[in-house]
Ligand binder design. Structure first.
Ligand code: BGC
Length: 657
């Protein structure tokens, strides 16, 4: 298996800057004795003794008594927050604002030493042996470590479970969000979010970086499938359902707690311009949006308003520019619009290296700008100690107000109390829920509910369960890695038929088809005795991709799949095309010449759901959640369905037989 941990940006330059700063500060102190005395005096007055070796304040604050107000579950959340806040030193507060990637945590003791607010496993950051048990041990070990800090504030542990707890082999891998957009089924989305939260909780994880409320206008973007739709209304209703489901309280040993949800990526993500990415290797991801006040009001803000009303705990800020300014630096968007106008009460978290990436300034200033703009918690894939130190210095210099820090920490603590993290007994949860039969059945139903029937000449579908000779070909037929897409064990996914406990589409067809005769050849080289089979099914697919690595100037089929379709046509009387992809593909000719066409999106681990609609166990009811273009010249397509070149798209949003 290829290891694809996130390595988006190596902040070498900034490390050098840090080293230089340390050196000059020391030599200055050596040279000037009196100045050193003054510095020490100022720092002591600020609350403790500064330790230049550890970059931390040596504080000796008293341990709270066991009956401290904040420890009492019966007290109102506001009382608990205020009680805790007033006991915290500045460094302890700033520690709470740090969300550190598991792979960059230097020592587990740093969790309590720096009073860290949370740990995340960025996609691919997994335990040494990737099993549910190891996840449980890892996460609970870290949570236990947090209880050793003076105030014993519990940590968040966050992951991207955007289509199930898919980082864990053996979990239920649900369809990616685009499939749920096609289902437009609020109840289904809520049930799937509940199931996902249960699988997460079993391993101790209490924060999901989902749902995405992005609205893709350009199918060349590598994150289309992570979004429900390009329709803000559908995003709002499905997003709220996902949030309600995720944050549904679960009972553990008499205590209740829930998994936090994240509405992302704030704001306007999906409306970036092709060819304008800030990232050297990407085209549109992490790119630029033209500021448009009418779209802001009518398209971009509404899903986040609905998410806020649904009580979402956190909002993640996009790595996108709004009129050439980073959104994360934009106080108007983060504070005026989101917190004041919408009334969002949760906390704002940055995306990966988002505080520093494309900042065009020092890390120190980037911290100041983003926190002052309204950022509450910084995702820190690299240097968390420097974050804590820099922010402390900035507060002491008056560059960030104490009130802003208190507001950020109040928001974070409020969500920790509300979610029940101070009470929950996190040990030894039952792992059998992971990949359980009931969750797999739900996922299978979701697959059937999200498959869109785009064409059905002569009512070819549903197929009878007997009497036919069926040929099956294509790269996606027997490849659970492809049908699951990225964010499955690895960030970029894994191409191949490997996921334990899962069912490929081919296996699903074999299970469901009844007494038909089935022959399979991936590349379409069939040697069959009858001249032509009754039915040929081509399951074509995209290789898995995540984020900007999926930006693609021409989303179409691989040559191998095109050839397989041609071979199949020669051997079958009727041809069914099943498209396994994270976005609509430009394959007009293949669609035109097939008898039936199904958009299956990225169905996940339960391929039998496709067989269910093929053979009539379930009816097709899904509709396209976004327009299916004829050509790349039509891109981008506006929210009201107008293509760039003013020509008609192949299928409009809402189409489905
Ligand atoms: C993605 C986010 C994700 C985060 C943490 C980023 O690269 O843009 O959607 O939540 O990583 O893994």
């Amino acid at each position: 298996m290829k290891k694809t941990n996130k390595t988006r940006f190596t902040p070498k330059k900034s490390k050098k800057i840090v080293a230089k700063k340390k050196k000059s500060a020391l030599s200055l102190l050596k040279k000037n004795y009196w100045m050193a005395i003054c510095v020490v005096a100022v720092v002591v007055a600020g609350g403790g003794l500064y330790n230049l070796r550890t970059n931390s304040l040596a504080v000796s604050l008293p341990s709270p008594s066991p009956d401290a107000l904040y420890k009492q579950a019966t007290q109102p959340v506001e009382v608990r927050v205020q009680d805790l806040l007033k006991r915290m030193s500045l460094e302890e507060k700033i520690g709470q604002m740090a969300l550190v990637d598991k792979n960059s945590l230097k020592k587990i003791e740093d969790i309590d030493k720096y009073n860290l607010g949370g740990i995340l496993s960025g996609a691919g950051a997994k335990p040494k042996t990737n099993t549910a048990q190891e996840w449980q041990d890892l996460v609970n070990g870290m949570k236990e470590q947090a209880t050793k800090s003076r105030l014993a504030i519990p940590i968040f542990y966050g992951v991207d479970a955007n289509h199930g707890h898919a980082g864990v082999p053996g979990s239920t891998v649900f369809p990616h969000a685009i499939g749920f957009g096609a289902s437009a089924d609020v109840d289904l989305v809520q049930s799937v979010a509940i199931a996902t939260a249960k699988e997460l909780s079993a391993t101790g994880i209490n924060w999901n970086f989902a749902p995405s409320l992005d609205a893709p206008k350009d199918i060349r973007w590598g994150r289309v499938y992570e979004a429900f739709s390009d329709d803000p209304k559908l995003n709002a209703s499905l997003g709220a359902a996902y949030i309600r489901g995720t944050q549904t309280p679960q009972k553990t040993d008499g205590t209740e707690s829930y998994v936090l949800a994240t509405a992302k990526h704030y704001l306007a993500t999906g409306s970036m311009q092709w060819g304008q990415s800030n990232h050297k290797k990407f085209q549109i991801d992490q790119g630029k949006v033209i500021a448009d006040n009418s779209a802001l009001k009518n398209e971009y803000l509404p899903p986040f308003r609905t998410a806020s009303q649904a009580g979402v705990s956190s909002v993640m800020v996009a790595l996108t520019d709004w009129d050439n300014q980073r959104i994360i630096d934009n106080e108007f968007l983060l504070t005026t619009k989101l917190k004041e106008e919408i009334g969002f009460k949760g906390f704002v978290v940055s995306d990966w290296y988002g505080v520093y990436e494309y900042a065009n300034t020092s890390d120190y200033k980037a911290n100041i700008k983003t926190i002052n703009a309204g950022l509450d918690m910084a995702m820190l894939p690299y240097d968390y100690k420097k974050f804590i130190k820099d922010v402390s210095v900035a507060v002491r210099h008056g560059e960030i107000s104490q009130a802003r820090i208190d507001d950020a920490v109040t928001r974070i603590l409020t969500q920790k109390f509300k979610a029940g993290l101070f009470e929950i007994d996190f040990k030894n949860a039952d792992l059998s829920i992971i990949g359980s039969q009931s969750h797999r059945e739900l996922a299978r139903k979701a697959v059937a509910s999200s498959s869109v029937l785009l064409k059905n000449s002569d009512q070819l579908l549903p197929l009878p369960k007997q009497g036919n000779h069926i040929l099956i070909t294509g790269s996606g037929a027997d490849n659970v890695g492809r049908q699951s897409g990225a964010w499955t064990v690895e960030w970029q996914g894994i191409d191949g038929n490997w996921l334990p406990g899962s069912t490929s589409i081919l296996q699903g067809i074999r299970q469901v088809n009844g007494n038909n005769t089935i022959d399979y050849s991936k590349d379409g080289n069939f040697s069959i005795s009858d001249n032509r089979a009754d039915i040929g099914i081509a399951v074509v697919s995209e290789k898995p991709y995540a984020e900007g690595f999926g930006d693609n100037a021409n989303p179409t089929l691989d040559e191998a799949d095109k050839i397989a379709i041609e071979r199949l046509k020669l051997k079958s009387n009727k041809v069914i095309l099943i498209i396994v992809s994270g976005r609509p593909l430009i394959i007009n000719e293949q669609i035109a010449t097939a008898d039936a066409v199904i958009a299956a999106w990225l169905p996940g681990s339960e391929g039998a759901g496709i067989a269910d609609v093929l053979f009539g166990n379930q009816i097709f009811k899904a509709k396209l959640p976004l327009p299916w273009p004829l050509s790349v010249q039509q891109l981008p397509i506006s929210t009201d369905g107008k293509s760039k070149d003013n020509t008609e798209v192949l299928f409009k949003r809402g189409f489905g037989l």
